[in-house]
Design a protein around this ligand. Structure first.
Ligand code: BG6
Length: 514
């Protein structure tokens, strides 16, 4: 962590309190984290809670309760949170903020199969309601493997914690994976919904908490510029890429047997596709937004035949920049015979007037050329060119590219005359970058999402129907892959297997090299 700064470095003391654009502040509440010693809590959740407190967005008596097996005192828990905050917080350290926040930290030792543990948790929360003014409003964060969801929900129900009284609320936050396929997702939804009504369930898809992802909606629906060409008349195809340069060392336990398609296409990439493809919501509220996403997901299906329209791969040894890196099968914890894919690509079509005939290509992979997530709408070529072929030899199709991360922004690619006496046209980029246009840093996705849960603002959380529809799109491809041998191999540091290139080349298209 860098040296402490004054809070004035990162908040504006002159802000106008009547400005309706001011951040919304959570009301009286607290949060219980199950799985608080896990990786996600340490890297994301605990730093996000501190950052929210530091930005002044949590209520004065905000209370954070950890639940786990360890025999921890309050002090042990505070030390754990403090270490996570020092490692991962985005805002500077502030002794006063820490003092206020840590005063409201408690740890309950227990296991998910033990009634007495949850009775103790219930007593702790009741005491917090009395002493810290949390008002009976509690969010339960299930940062635990899905196999434990049913036990935790049942215990919350049994101990009377799942439902608030006297107007107080109880909400549950669920982390992916939301099942393994459609059938298991339905089962999981049934389990959760048997205890918590759907409006109290907040499923985290952290991509929806990213500024640039929310900006898809602003770009499309706050402007006049883009919507007129946002359809099959002008767009040839859409490419959605989520490329990572990291490998899977240390994550075998979670990843082996899951693979790239289940890990990120089922959730992040299909959500991005839905935001790009959906119709304008009647109003900007959770019900309308979700209704439009659901409509477009219902109309979406994977394109067959899958041997031509999909690709999957597993990274082999290779070079990531100047570093020599091992292949998946050499990574610790992976079965050398594992058929888990680390690269997945598929083609989705959307049966609507707007998108008929426009393929949506979705791809993701580990150990690819570089870390980048982007959405590219690639245009058809103009129906007529008044220029000779050699004059436009360096002209590709126009494109609008939403750069989700890094270098967040929007880029438009079009042809321009090359200066000089001859007529030669070639591609140029017009580039909007967040960092050059806005001085404030984007909050971390988890900050935004945790705050939204405390506020009961559900727009950025997928519903059970969205989750099930996403599996419906993916399941046929997964079944096909399961029945058709091993994934191809690609060298680490490249852009995936040759089959991914063939997928597009078949139609005279190429993947962008972002
Ligand atoms: C997670 C996946 O949902 O997203 C990880 O489980 C992946 O495998 C991560 O690395 C990437 O998130 P981000 O925000 O770094 O793009």
């Amino acid at each position: 962590m860098t040296a402490p700064h004054s809070p004035a470095d990162w908040t504006n003391p002159l802000r106008n309190p009547h400005d309706t654009r001011l951040p919304r502040i959570a009301g009286a509440s607290g949060m219980v984290i199950f799985g608080v010693t896990g990786d996600l809590s340490r890297r994301k959740l605990l730093p996000a809670v501190y950052d929210l407190a530091n930005r002044g967005l949590l209520p004065a008596g905000f209370t954070l309760v950890g639940f786990g097996r360890r025999e921890w005192s309050k002090q042990d828990f505070e030390d754990h949170v403090r270490a996570a905050v020092l490692d991962g917080a985005r805002t500077p350290w502030d002794d006063n903020v820490w003092e206020r926040l840590s005063a409201g930290m408690h740890f309950v030792t227990g296991t998910f199969d033990d009634d007495a543990s949850f009775d103790r948790l219930a007593d702790t929360l009741a005491e917090m309601d009395r002493t810290r003014g949390t008002g009976g409003n509690w969010a339960f964060y299930l940062s635990v493997p899905p196999g434990s969801f049913a036990d935790v929900c049942a215990q919350l129900d049994r101990s009377g914690l799942a439902a608030g009284s006297d107007g107080s609320w109880r909400r549950v936050i669920v982390e992916k994976p939301f099942g393994h396929d459609l059938a298991s997702a339905r089962e999981l939804n049934r389990t959760i919904n048997s205890v918590f009504p759907e409006e109290s369930v907040f499923r985290i898809d952290h991509y929806l908490g990213k500024e640039t992802v929310q900006n898809i909606l602003a770009l499309r629906f706050a402007n006049q510029l883009f919507e007129p060409f946002w359809d099959a008349r002008y767009i040839d195809h859409v490419q959605i890429t989520m490329a990572e340069d990291i490998g899977l060392g240390g994550r075998a336990g979670y990843y082996d047997g899951i693979g790239a398609a289940r890990d990120v296409i089922q959730n992040h990439l299909i959500q991005l596709a839905a935001l790009v493809a959906m119709e304008e919501p009647v109003a900007f509220d959770p019900a309308q937004l979700r209704a439009e996403k659901i409509k477009v997901l219902r109309a979406a299906a994977p394109v067959e035949p899958f041997d031509e329209t999909t690709a999957r791969g597993q990274y082999g040894p290779g070079w990531q920049g100047s570093e020599k890196v091992p292949g998946l099968r050499e990574e610790e914890g992976f079965d050398p015979e594992s058929t888990t894919e680390t690269f997945a690509a598929l083609t989705v079509e959307i049966g609507s007037r707007r998108w008929a005939g426009v393929p949506f290509y979705l791809r993701t992979g580990k150990r690819l050329g570089r870390r980048v997530t982007e959405i590219a709408l690639v245009f058809k070529m103009p129906p007529h060119q008044p220029f000779r072929d050699e004059q436009t030899a360096a002209l590709g199709p126009n494109a609008v590219v939403i750069r989700v991360q890094p270098d967040e922004g929007v880029l438009m690619r079009f042809g321009s005359k090359v200066p000089g006496s001859s007529m030669e046209v070639r591609d140029v980029n017009m580039d909007f970058s967040y960092s050059e246009n806005f001085t404030s840093d984007s909050p971390e996705a988890y900050e935004r999402l945790i705050l939204d849960v405390l506020l009961g603002e559900a727009s950025l959380f997928p519903t059970n129907t969205e989750v099930e529809l996403s599996w419906k799109i993916l399941d046929p491809v997964l079944e096909y892959w399961a029945a058709h041998g091993r994934p191809d191999t690609y060298p680490a540091g490249t852009w995936g297997p040759a089959s991914a290139e063939r997928m597009l080349a078949r139609h005279g298209r190429t993947w962008r090299r972002p």
